[in-house]
Design a protein around this ligand. Sequence first.
Ligand SMILES: [Ca+2]
Ligand SMILES: [Ca+2]
Ligand SMILES: [Ca+2]
Ligand SMILES: [Zn+2]
Length: 397
Amino acid sequence: MQAYQQQLQHPVHGRNTAAVQAAANQWLANNPNAGNNRSVITIPVVVHVVYRNATQNITDQQVYSQIAVLNQDFRRLNADTVNTPAVFDTIAADMGIEFCLATTDPNGNPTNGITRTSTTGGQLFGFFGPFDDVKASSTGGIDPWPTDKYFNIWVCELFPGLLGYAQFPGGDPMTDGVVITYNAFGTIGTVQAPALLGRTTTHEVGHWLGLYHIWGDDQDCTTGIDSIPDTPNAAAASQSDCNVTLNSCSNEDPYWGTVDPPDMVQNYMDYSNDSCMNMFTLGQKARAYSFLATDTLRIALLNSNVGCNPLGIVNTTIDKYFSFYPNPSDGMINVSYFGNLSGTIQYDVYSITGQWVKGFTAGPGNTQLNLEDLQPGVYTIRITNNNESGVQRIVIQ
Ligand SMILES: [Ca+2]
Ligand SMILES: [Ca+2]
Ligand SMILES: [Ca+2]
Ligand SMILES: [Zn+2]
């Protein structure tokens, strides 16, 4: 929020942020049911790993694990949706947003969507701080890839206590994106408790989409609001105890009628531990789409053509109609099909680094894919039918 206050006070970007918010509010007034939108959009990502030592130079696999979390959390495919209490279950949202690592860099060359920069550190005693020093080569970081084509995520060692921060819509295009500390990014490798499930990045991407903290950044039930009707009022940020019975405010938005819901400590835009979080709301979805539909930088991103590595997009839409077996296999894979799709089915096989390896076209139905000529390893198969797709992972031994 400190970074956001700076954004608001900047003579140029502050005015633009206000204009973007006015346009988003107008759009929301005209599209009050935007939370029910069923389409799925894809946002191309570049992850900039900025490191002072080998430990901070996190692996590609750790980056992939974070992209997978984003895809689960923003499609409500996370395994812990079962922990969403009944009172909130009907307003929990599939945000309809997927993230993929870019396959083309700004020069048109192939990329795995990850850059690596060795540095002597940022401007806060060697740590990076919330004033964007990691976002420029001149201050020890790396410049963004064009922010109208790539969603930029920087991973570095932030000042102790700071897990991440985001730029809200309307800010400087030269610094647009989110920054996450290296031990709160992804779910493997360098992650440290309690930030073990990648939810810091989910939270910061929420800010980047225009969402505020659900308690309204105040210390009471009156002044601060997040401008979202279906997120209950809260007197303060949640604590690390995942207290699901806490009900700190009774003055709720008219949306709730006579119901006084408990605090929504499960919301990604609260300050709960990763293991407590499991939902966005339909109101937050509508709010995010109001920015995606009106902010020129966000609109440009949705029309970006920098390619899309499906790694990390797990279990999206139509893959539930398909079963690959045996898995692991020796390369001869049987496809069992349970759906009623029409038209052709395209199977595209990608290596763990996102390189396209092989493609098959078949009609809907059981079939076989011969991958016996591939090296042993992990592969993803993207299944595409008309405008829908899904991804499954296979292992060849
Ligand atoms: Ca609210
Ligand atoms: Ca409050
Ligand atoms: Ca309440
Ligand atoms: Zn926050």
